[in-house]
Write a protein that binds this ligand. Structure first.
Ligand SMILES: *[C@@H]1O[C@H](CO)[C@@H](O)[C@H](O)[C@H]1NC(C)=O
Ligand SMILES: *[C@@H]1O[C@H](CO)[C@@H](O)[C@H](O)[C@H]1NC(C)=O
Ligand SMILES: *[C@@H]1O[C@H](CO)[C@@H](O)[C@H](O)[C@H]1NC(C)=O
Length: 309
């Protein structure tokens, strides 16, 4: 190769890599110069006062009793389910006949389902994002919903009450979780970033969740990935979901945008600051009971009125 050609080659390589640096603005990761410490460089909100995840200290929570959370469409089989490797995590999106939604509990509005995804760690002793008494779980599920009154996810990111994320912790057990097997078996087909797969069996959302959802922690925080928008009502359930070590391990083989194994994608905990974490000890049915008895009372008065005529 003569010098001129070599010069051209070096020049082209320089162009390619500078193009790459340019495209990397807004790119983020979990290690080195793209890691969580550096997110605020490109995303100022990541240095905000109401960031997630946090460590939840059980002895500091404020105990409350919210009305029951209502789950809409969770028992229905989706029409289609798409698993996507988005370069940072694996995400499941569902097509349903009726909208999937949640309301009640600490929520003042109706929130529509957007997607669910997972966070995990290097090994089974780390991986969840929120921690409880500094305990980290091997994996965490995030079910993301946006406030219906803001019409769509993107628009909801501009409002303090824009999103709610329901978080569930996983624990490792000796047995495979046969419901999750459907997701885990499709992971090898979405190893590459920006690849997707359709699930063969359709799973109603409620099958992915623990039975007891009456106890949960709730607080105001942010997205745990850039742009770290502080618009999230977090609802972290106390009851865990069980997966086998082999099932959790399968998530670590996915590849990220840089072609590296996605061995971990959990942001470290952020300062709680002046925030309060609430713990729903038991659901409060009294408001529902109350309105029912009011209805009975009104009916009785109406009948009495008819009878006197
Ligand atoms: C698990 O991974 C964490 C984070 O990399 C590390 O600090 C810890 O030593 C590892 N634990 C074991 C048991 O390997
Ligand atoms: C968790 O870690 C923090 C910071 O190191 C410490 O102040 C706190 O006491 C720990 N909590 C528990 C329950 O050990
Ligand atoms: C999201 O909702 C906003 C406000 O209603 C609207 O202006 C915008 O076009 C919507 N975006 C999409 C992608 O539908």
């Amino acid at each position: 190769m003569n010098n001129q050609r070599l010069g051209l080659l070096v020049f082209s390589l320089a162009c390619i890599s500078s193009g790459r640096v340019f495209a990397d603005e807004g790119h983020f990761g979990y290690d080195g110069s793209l890691g969580p410490k550096f997110w605020p460089k490109n995303f100022q909100t990541c240095a905000g006062k109401y960031q997630s995840p946090i460590d939840i200290e059980e002895h500091l929570v404020t105990r409350v009793s919210y009305p029951p959370i209502r789950y809409h469409g969770f028992a229905d089989k989706p029409v289609g389910s798409t698993l996507t490797n988005n370069g940072h995590t694996v995400m499941l999106q569902l097509n349903t006949e009726e909208p999937l939604a949640v309301s009640g509990g600490p929520l003042k509005d109706h929130y529509l389902f957007q997607q669910l995804h997972f966070h995990w760690g290097h090994n089974d002793s780390v991986g969840s994002e929120d921690t409880i008494n500094n305990h980290s779980f091997p994996m965490e599920l995030h079910m993301v919903f946006f406030n219906q009154k803001y019409h769509n996810f993107t628009n909801a990111l501009n409002h303090e009450d824009g999103l709610t994320v329901m978080a569930f912790f996983y624990e490792v057990s000796a047995e495979d979780n046969f419901v999750y097997a459907e997701i885990v078996e499709h992971l090898p087909t979405v190893v590459l970033p920006h690849s997707e797969a359709k699930l063969s069996r359709q799973l109603p959302l409620e099958l992915l969740l623990p039975n007891d959802k009456s106890q949960y922690y709730t607080y105001h925080g942010s997205l745990t990935t850039p742009p770290c928008s502080e618009v999230v009502t977090w609802i972290d359930f106390k009851e865990s979901i069980l997966l086998s070590h082999e099932q959790v391990e399968e998530f670590r083989s996915l590849q990220d945008t840089d072609g590296d194994a996605m061995t971990h994608n959990n942001r470290p905990v952020q300062p709680l600051g002046n925030r309060v974490v609430y713990f729903n000890e038991r659901e409060d049915y009294s408001s529902a009971v109350c309105s029912k008895s009011a209805l009975i009372l009104i009916s009785a008065l109406f009948i009495a009125l008819l009878a006197t005529n």
